[in-house]
Design a protein around this ligand. Structure first.
Ligand code: FEO
Length: 393
């Protein structure tokens, strides 16, 4: 199976229709591991796939050429969704030299025995001629790992962008003009929120480097290839990497016997009464960390509520706090709310956590014992309004 990007350059990767959990990232629509074959005077494979799909990759290559014709395997990134198959395919490619940077080689060598591999170490900006096509290697540290790099083919104005600009979508289509743009951008946003978000500064550096290159096609390692909507995805990356919070309030909560949910509903009612603000209410036990991170990524205000369970927030809310702490979304204003019975603790724990992540509460926590009364619900509505007004500032 292969798809032609342009004469002599083909996609030879693997569509993983069944994956639903990618190291905790909920891939509701599957994923792809994109590998590409450039057939020129010399033949180069750009990246590989997960180890279990090595045979499919070899078969795809053999659809186009014999395995002994592959001269180079470019490894842009050592993470195992792209490099896991190397230990299987390299012994099957008798004339191939692995091309990667020194840091990538070091990382690969931690995962697997690379002592028998023929390796060519390249520096940032170094080129490799395949004949008509010249590969230029561009280091892009932390997009997504320290050793990550991208490979640019100047003659074709084609950038193999590794994880950058990727999306987790399994589809029979390979290009961005073959699926609805809104769907692809939604998936790209989810991908950015959950994989790339902490590295905005490094993404901005990549975008700066990209400005100096004529680019007409971006071929990432996941999802569809950008050949029509490059402006749209580059604009999104510029915005996301700038960590710009929008006029948006997200209300996250978990509830035991609906009391915390009543408070969430009151806050929601107040927030939506303010025009011009987007408001999302998410029951975290009925959602996923992946969706929650995507919702919070560009929210200026986040309210967090939980019932107290054994003096702590509900386990799902604890997981949300853990996950968001690592991703560091630029939330400015917050509110803790929740209910308790004979012992308290959830609201207090969340309040302490806000200090740690530097989210500023707009008021004292909203908390009730057993059930919120009408007065407290009215207060919640008022605080919801304040949150929405803060989101507009
Ligand atoms: Fe798709 Fe960072 O690997």
């Amino acid at each position: 199976m292969h798809t032609t990007l342009m004469p002599g350059i083909d996609w030879v990767g693997y569509v993983d229709w069944n994956i639903r959990d990618f190291h905790s990232y909920k891939t509701f629509h599957g994923a792809t591991y994109n590998a590409y074959l450039i057939r020129d005077t010399k033949t180069a494979l750009i990246d590989s796939v997960k180890k279990p799909f090595a045979a499919a990759l070899l078969e795809n290559i053999q659809d186009l050429t014999s395995l002994d014709r592959v001269d180079y395997v470019i490894c842009n990134h050592a993470e195992q969704d792209h490099a896991g198959a190397l230990s299987v395919i390299l012994p099957q490619l008798p004339n191939a030299v692995l091309v990667c940077n020194a840091r990538c080689h070091e990382t690969l060598s931690r995962y697997t025995d690379t002592s028998s591999w023929r390796v060519q170490i390249v520096q940032d900006g170094e080129t490799l001629s395949l004949g008509e096509n010249t590969l230029t290697f561009v280091n892009t540290p932390m997009v997504h790992w320290p050793e990550s790099m991208m490979t640019y083919v100047g003659e074709k104005k084609l950038l193999f962008s590794m994880d950058g600009f990727g999306q987790h979508i399994a589809s029979s289509e390979r290009f961005d003009d073959e699926l609805p743009l809104e769907q692809i951008l939604d998936e790209a946003k989810t991908y950015y929120a959950n994989i790339v978000y902490p590295y905005g500064r490094q993404v901005l550096q990549v975008l700066e480097k990209a400005k100096g290159l004529p680019i007409e096609m971006i071929a990432p390692s996941h999802g569809v290839i950008w050949r029509k909507n490059l402006g749209a995805i580059l604009d999104c990356y510029q915005r996301w990497a700038s960590r710009t919070a929008e006029a948006k309030v997200v209300i996250l909560y978990d509830t035991m016997w609906e009391s915390t949910e009543m408070l969430a509903d009151a806050i929601y009612a107040g927030a939506v009464s303010v025009e011009g603000v987007k408001v999302e209410k998410i029951h975290v036990r009925k959602s996923s960390l992946t969706q929650i991170a995507t919702a919070v990524m560009d929210a200026k205000c986040v309210a967090m509520g939980s019932a107290t369970l054994n003096t702590l927030p509900m386990p799902t809310m604890a997981a949300v706090m853990n996950y968001l702490q690592g991703l560091k979304p630029p939330v400015e204003h917050t509110l803790a709310f929740g209910s308790h019975g004979w012992g308290r603790g959830a609201v207090e724990e969340m309040t302490t956590w806000f200090e740690k992540v530097q989210w500023n509460p707009v008021s004292e926590p909203l908390k009730c014992r057993w059930r919120p009364d009408a007065e407290l619900l009215e207060k919640g509505e008022g605080i919801g309004k304040i949150l929405a007004q803060k989101a507009l500032e």
